[in-house]
Design a protein around this ligand. Structure first.
Ligand SMILES: Nc1nc2c(c(=O)[nH]1)N[C@H]1C(S)=C(S)[C@@H](COP(=O)(O)OP(=O)(O)OC[C@H]3O[C@@H](n4cnc5c(N)ncnc54)[C@H](O)[C@@H]3O)O[C@H]1N2
Ligand code: MOO
Length: 419
């Protein structure tokens, strides 16, 4: 275990974390399971979309020439030769002087070149009185106007949302190759931790980090396997980690990485040549462990303070998991915001301050510019790394560079973390 006291910058540790991740192998999934996966193949259409000219309205397929002079005052009567609901396979020919009753989506029959909506007729079934003229092509959805054969419908690398699934289905594709979701083991450590709901002895607290991190894994599109809390026994933890190595795509631990007498994660990984424990110049989130187990599984050993765990996951683990899913854009959306309350920053470290958005009118600092949202610290306690209950108020994380003071009215970069 290389342990170093030389500080890494936030960006250096982010890069090292991301370097552990590569897109996971692909699997083939059916449409019911496609949502939320990242497509690993291009999906193209073999056919034009729409496949044939079809009606945009419920009404009558006609020859535009027949109804050229039709109006309320001079209706034109046509003989109805067919009924064409959507899905109809009939192909009656619409000769001059005739019409076919047609429903939205049904193929326009041969001979017809326009559709008269039912509202412009007397809705007749044997003959129909047409009371408005229609141009050639009116109310007809043309074959190929959406896509032509060979067109790319959904590109490899796309995170599949509902509209993408619909596009895949619309070209008649039932299965697609996607990147597998990362399976992530989440382990919280510490003798003081008990499962929430258990009666607490003095000195004990409910484990919240494993719930935090498992939820964060799922929110990042991974499959979380929540283990623990496990106690401060390095041998037991080492066995657990080695048992997981190779069977999961990543391991995230919380706690036991500082300089205390019982830092179990550090102790368990003592002999791992490819895991490093290093201080990172960020507050919260300073003590970090990172690397690979012998079987190649990336391990992210995060500090145990709950806000530190949350911030560390956001900064270091989440981007890696997104990359494993096959995404190239692995960053949270950021916004530049006006700070309405100043705060103190620690020397020599970047600061990550949980913030919430406020209406400019409610702010003390006044609107600096109407285009920037305004933020205040999520709680008066600021970035105190133990403030787990108040963390729930955070909608964003303000990233303040090292040795930068923050005064009311200053602009900061905010990672948007609330859904
Ligand atoms: N002498 C020093 N002490 C500490 C330093 C230091 O540089 N010198 N760094 C501090 C910083 S910064 C952090 S962050 C913490 C990190 O410590 P650990 O990762 O070893 O975390 P623990 O000691 O296990 O726990 C810290 C804190 O968090 C609570 N905790 C832990 N796990 C959970 C959980 N699953 N759910 C809820 N709460 C949890 C734990 O009870 C402690 O209160 O070290 C500082 N100390
Ligand atoms: O860096 Mo620790 O993460 O301040 O609380």
């Amino acid at each position: 275990m290389p342990t170093t006291t030389a500080m890494r910058t936030l960006d250096e540790h982010r890069a090292a974390s991301l370097a552990l991740a590569a897109p996971l192998p692909t699997v083939v999934v059916g449409l019911p399971d496609a949502l939320g996966h990242v497509l690993a193949q291009d999906v193209r259409t073999d056919e034009p979309l729409p496949r044939w000219d079809n009606s945009a309205m419920d009404g009558y397929a006609v020859r535009a020439d027949d109804v050229r002079d039709a109006s309320d005052a001079t209706p034109v009567t046509l003989r109805v030769v067919a009924d064409l609901p959507a899905g109809s396979s009939g192909r009656p020919v619409v000769e001059p002087g005739t019409a076919a009753r047609i429903m939205t989506g049904a193929p326009v029959p041969p001979g017809a070149d326009a559709v008269v909506p039912v509202e412009d007729t007397d809705a007749g079934t044997t003959t129909v009185e047409v009371r408005a003229s229609k141009a050639v092509g009116q109310h007809v959805r043309r074959a190929g106007e959406d896509a032509v054969p060979g067109d790319l419908v959904v590109a490899a690398g796309t995170l599949l949302g509902p509209a993408h699934v619909a596009a895949v289905a619309s070209v008649g594709v039932a299965q697609v190759a996607v990147h597998r979701r990362p399976r992530v083991a989440v382990i919280s450590t510490g003798d003081e931790l008990v499962t929430p709901g258990t009666t607490l002895a003095h000195g004990q607290i409910p484990d919240s980090n494993s719930w935090l991190l498992a939820a964060a894994v799922r929110e990042a599109g991974g499959e979380a396997m929540r283990l623990g809390p496990v106690g401060d026994d390095p041998d037991a933890l080492r066995d657990l980690l080695h048992g997981l190595d190779g069977g999961v795509d990543a391991i995230v631990t919380s706690g036991g990485v500082s300089v205390g007498a019982f830092d179990v994660v550090k102790a368990a990984l003592l002999d791992e040549p490819d895991v490093v424990f290093v201080p990172v110049a960020v507050q919260p989130g300073k003590p970090q462990g990172l690397g690979r187990l012998p079987g190649g599984t990336p391990v992210f050993a995060l500090p145990g303070n709950p806000v530190s765990s949350f911030v560390s996951f956001e900064l270091f683990v989440r981007p890696a998991l997104l990359r494993m899913r096959g995404l190239t854009d692995v960053e949270r959306p950021t916004t530049t915001a006006v700070v309405d309350d100043g705060w103190r920053t620690p020397p020599g470290r970047a600061q990550v301050m949980p913030v919430r958005f406020v209406a400019p009118a409610a702010s003390g600092a006044g609107a600096r510019t109407p285009t920037h949202p305004h933020v205040v610290r999520a709680t008066a306690g600021g970035s105190g790394s133990h403030l787990v209950a108040r963390l729930a108020l955070a909608e964003g994380l303000a990233i303040v560079p090292p040795d930068t003071q923050v005064a009311a009215g200053d602009l900061v970069t905010v990672l948007r973390v609330a859904p």
